[in-house]
Write a protein that binds this ligand. Structure first.
Ligand SMILES: [Zn+2]
Ligand SMILES: [Zn+2]
Ligand SMILES: [Zn+2]
Length: 654
């Protein structure tokens, strides 16, 4: 059954292989596609590509790998919330049917779900960008020797960037689901992560800045037609934050302690009886009326700017409640919440592993560390798809870019004179290159505030140390990545850790060479043209992203060629980034970074997180092809189907 790798290569020699450029919003491009040369079971599909026939190939629907703990990782059919399993009790199904009609039943509702997804994405990205911006401004302000008493309006500046963003987004109507509703919210999926209460508030997942129970009250919702006959208040969501000492959490079944009677700000202990009102009454009403609640769990993590990360864990039925004497002797209410079946598995607990026991613990592991010790943490490869399982072969791992023979990188700039770390943008010469501000805000090793045309980092001649925030992309891997085999896209990459928005993920490495020196381009799926300059100038069909003033001091007068002069070839040698697939809805983006020199035609290609990425979600970026932008040697437009599986996949890579 299983073919050898070389067989497959031969079979695929004809695959289309012209270099092309990006004309999308993102800088840079990579040549196709999913590591096609290693596809094993999809021979038919490969031949379709080889013949260059446009055909929409549907993914085998819903086939995904869901993992609860790493020890029991199995490809398994994802059951949709729309198709409750047969063993589910009937009552639940009735509730489900009602909600399905409301949100997911019709085509119109599907469309709504799609646009909901887009809106949620857009707003969370905006939230994070604004958050980093305000935080950066706030820190800059506090760094000044004498903090100003007030800004121009005479108002005090907020010390809480999250609240500042929240107010701004509410004011400019940039919130999603401002009208509360129970059940799932289209666009927010089980496993989605949020770094603050404010962020959840912006998307409407949980609209309480402190409280654990979010409710719909009669005054606001009683008169609405769709809620006729309901008894209010109703609970829509609860946050399990671990502050109630009487909570019991077995993941699928929770004993959730009602609200009230504790010192929220003090020792968090119960000091009086709870009262059956507000949130407590709402949860009780949910039982009778079979209204499920959204459950969100809060965990501590250093990766989040609040020190907490909130995971949406899906819908739970409020099964029953009881009054008990709590640990401190006062009456508390406890609500039994049962997770409704048919939802994606929980990934709420971060995956635990011990690098030294990898091979024993992980099934399907084909390589303990594809980097062979080069990276500062191992990158295992997992294969459940092939029989026998193969590991990624045919290349040499390289952590950083290798410069081709006969090519030399420009020498480093003078650099800045900051001592220890760069903190003051008014003094730092490198900050000045970035428009007078640092591109990163100093949270947990640095977060890129927003995508930029180019980022100037500190380099070898700067006086600052390796911990400087303006060296964020030079600090090596920070999240535990894994290369895994997919049924239809070849190899792919995901993280075992939560990756917060704006974080550095990895660099696209390989052999840095002149584009004109490339030979045997045919069959090489790993070329990345460094088209930073071309994109900035909107040359060759690329869209300029027009982000602020760029300092082109040295390159300004030089003629910029329409086609990039250099590329990174990760075909024979490359890092983990060579395995990252394209998606029409990516969670990473490409950022051009200059650190050891200032020549943009030789910029580094670096991947950053665009979203808060839950553990085990595939990492992807937009390869950036314009449709019909690729022509073969015969001049005909080439077509490559896309298998990214995104909800709004455009079905063609190009
Ligand atoms: Zn520095
Ligand atoms: Zn500096
Ligand atoms: Zn510097």
């Amino acid at each position: 059954m299983a073919k050898t790798i070389s067989d497959k290569k031969c079979e695929l020699k004809e695959t289309e292989s012209v270099r092309r450029r990006s004309s999308s919003r993102l800088v840079g491009m990579k040549r196709p596609c999913y590591d096609i040369s290693l596809l094993s079971r999809k021979k038919v599909r490969c031949e379709i590509i080889a013949q260059n026939v446009e055909r929409r190939v549907k993914r085998s629907k819903g086939e995904v790998v869901r993992v609860n703990d790493i020890g029991s990782m199995e490809p398994r059919v994802k059951r949709s919330i729309n198709s409750p399993s047969t063993d589910q009790n009937e009552e639940e199904t009735v509730v489900w049917e009602g909600m399905r009609k409301k949100y997911k039943g019709s085509n119109a509702a599907k469309l709504q779900a799609k646009s909901g997804y887009r809106k949620v994405k857009q707003m969370t990205r905006l939230f994070n960008k604004l958050y980093f911006k305000y935080l950066y401004e706030e820190r800059k302000r506090c760094n000044k020797p004498v903090a100003r008493k007030g800004n121009k309006n005479g108002k005090r500046q907020s010390k809480r960037p999250d609240l500042k963003v929240l107010h701004k987004m509410i004011k400019t109507n940039k919130c999603v689901y401002r009208t509360k509703r129970f059940g799932n919210l289209p666009g927010i999926e089980v496993g989605d992560r949020f770094c603050s209460r404010a962020e959840m508030l912006v998307v409407g997942l949980h609209s309480q800045s402190v409280g654990g129970i979010d409710t719909m009250i009669k005054k606001h919702y009683g008169k609405l037609e769709e809620y006729k006959g309901y008894q209010f208040p109703l609970a829509v969501s609860v946050v399990l934050s671990g502050i109630y000492e009487d909570d019991k959490d077995d993941l699928d079944t929770i004993w959730y302690t009602g609200e009230g009677g504790i010192h929220l700000l003090g020792n968090k202990r119960q000091f009086k009886d709870q009262v059956m009102a507000k949130g407590n009454l709402a949860l009780k009403n949910n039982i009778k009326q079979k209204v499920p609640v959204r459950v969100i769990r809060g965990h501590n993590t250093a990766s989040s700017y609040t020190g907490r990360v909130y995971t949406y864990d899906g819908l739970y039925r409020v099964a029953s409640y009881r009054t008990v004497k709590g640990k401190t002797g006062f009456n508390v209410f406890q609500y039994q919440l049962k997770r409704i079946e048919g939802q994606p598995a929980l990934v709420t607990n971060q995956v635990c592993y011990n690098p030294t026991h990898l091979s024993k613990k992980l099934r399907g592991i084909v390589c303990n560390d594809i980097s062979g010790g080069q990276e500062n943490m191992p990158i295992p490869a997992i294969n459940f798809v092939d029989d026998p399982p193969v590991e990624p072969v045919g290349y040499t791992y390289c952590k950083s870019v290798n410069v081709a023979e006969g090519l030399t990188l420009p020498t480093a700039d003078v650099g800045c004179k900051c001592k220890g770390a760069c903190t003051d943008p008014n003094i730092c010469a490198c900050a000045r290159l970035n428009d007078g501000d640092f591109p990163y805000v100093g949270i947990d090793g640095g977060r890129l505030i927003e995508p930029k045309d180019v980022v100037f980092e500190c380099g070898p001649n700067c006086k600052c140390g390796p911990a400087c925030v303006n060296r964020t992309s030079q600090k090596g891997l920070k999240y535990r990545l894994e290369v895994f085999r997919t049924p239809d896209k070849g190899w792919a990459v995901r993280s075992w850790d939560f990756i917060p928005s704006g974080a550095f993920v990895c660099e696209y490495t390989g052999k840095l060479m002149r584009t004109k020196d490339l030979d045997n381009v045919s069959g090489n799926d790993f070329l990345f043209e460094i088209d930073c300059l071309q994109t900035m100038r909107g040359l060759g069909g690329r869209e300029s992203r027009q982000r602020g003033r760029i300092h082109l001091d040295k390159t300004d007068n030089k003629k910029i060629p329409t086609e990039p002069e250099f590329c990174i070839d990760a075909g024979t040698s490359g890092g983990v980034a060579r395995f990252i697939n394209h998606s029409c809805e990516p969670n990473l983006f490409i950022q051009c970074v200059l650190s050891s020199h200032r020549d943009m035609s030789l910029a580094r290609v670096v991947l950053f997180a665009w979203d808060n990425i839950p553990p085990l979600q595939e990492l992807t970026y937009d390869y950036g092809y314009g449709l019909d932008s690729v022509k073969g040697p015969d001049g005909k437009i080439k077509v490559m189907p896309c298998y990214c599986g995104a909800k709004e996949c455009r079905k063609r890579l190009y």
